[in-house]
Ligand binder design. Structure first.
Ligand code: PLP
Length: 307
């Protein structure tokens, strides 16, 4: 039987763009739009659809091997895609110690979707793209000819997949905001926008490396820089997976105001950043800003405690 195609998964594309009535924006003369990529597909949510689909098509039925942490949205989406498209998947998980513990809800979902997990120690994980380490990992999982998708799914194909997100927003907003992990979504989004539009990336991890990553991804994908974009590093809230009480309260309040589930690790930080940018006057009156809702809350309890 032939494998199902990604078109058979019936994505909701272009994703909906809705106006959000929010006095924190309106009082500064700024319009807020929500680009609901979280509604593209129930299992391949948000930027996962845009980044993974071109890679799954390129895999052409081969086993897909990819990488992530214990709560990785990317691992979960890859596992779901494997189930939906009949592709075997292997997830290389950071943290050898996790192998002896009960699986968390996110990894449980991966396994239910048929993903084989391989736990590796942190030092091996850091060197996962070193050709020798990678080939040992592939040998150990018996998948020498596997299709390898990098951590976070960001490679040139993924960046090209995100160009369409920018194109869908052409003529609809002056500024587009997106949360960033590896920068692949921002790299593609900025390339798809019109020359009079700009993108703002809100990194959720520290290190100050994101702008360089985006430039490198655009170089690999397009051969040079594309679009107008910047990053604002001020809204990391202590780093990846940190959700202090203030951010959790902000996210809950946003959910109540707009009736939309707010993913805490990325989307909440980007929305918080936008409210802060508007209130400090960084978005001029008359600006229309689109916030890209790149994901939805995952399985299990939402992180809410101060850490
Ligand atoms: C919900 C969500 N938003 C944004 C991002 C960041 O995407 P990128 O790694 O392309 O910067 C991720 C990454 O996994 C994510 O899960």
């Amino acid at each position: 039987m032939p494998l199902p195609t990604t078109a058979a998964l019936r994505p909701r594309l272009p994703s909906p763009l809705t106006e959000a009535d929010d006095d924190r924006f309106a009082r500064h003369g700024v319009r807020l739009l929500l680009k609901r990529d979280d509604l593209i597909h129930p299992d391949l949510v948000g930027n996962k659809w845009r980044k993974l689909v071109p890679n799954l098509e390129a895999a052409r039925g081969r086993t897909v091997v990819t990488f992530g942490g214990a709560y990785s949205n990317h691992l979960r989406a890859t596992a779901a895609a494997g189930r939906l498209l009949g592709l075997p998947t292997i997830g290389v998980v950071r943290g050898h110690e996790l192998a002896d513990r009960p699986l968390n809800p996110s990894l449980t979902r991966c396994v239910r979707d048929g993903m084989r997990l391989r736990f590796v120690d942190r030092s091996t994980y850091r060197r996962k793209h070193d050709p020798d380490v990678l080939s040992e990992l592939l040998d150990a999982t018996g998948t020498r000819d596997a299709y390898v998708v990098p951590e976070g799914g960001s490679n040139p194909l993924a960046v090209h997949g995100c160009v369409e997100l920018g194109r869908e927003l052409c003529g609809r907003a002056d500024v587009v905001a997106v949360a960033c992990g590896t920068g692949g979504t921002l790299a593609g989004l900025a390339a798809g926008l019109a020359p009079d539009q700009r993108a703002i990336g809100v990194p959720v991890v520290g290190g100050g490396f994101l702008a360089a990553e985006v430039r490198a991804l655009q170089q690999e994908a397009f051969g040079g820089p594309r679009g107008t974009w910047s990053v604002d590093e001020r809204f990391r809230f202590g780093g990846y997976a940190r959700v202090p009480t203030e951010l959790a309260a902000f996210a809950e309040d946003f959910e109540q105001r707009h009736g939309m589930p707010v993913e805490r690790l990325y989307v909440a930080k980007m929305l918080y950043a936008l409210v802060a940018l508007v209130s400090e006057g960084s978005l001029a009156p008359g600006t229309t800003v689109a916030a890209v809702v790149t994901g939805a809350p995952g399985p299990g309890p939402q992180p809410s405690a101060s850490r």
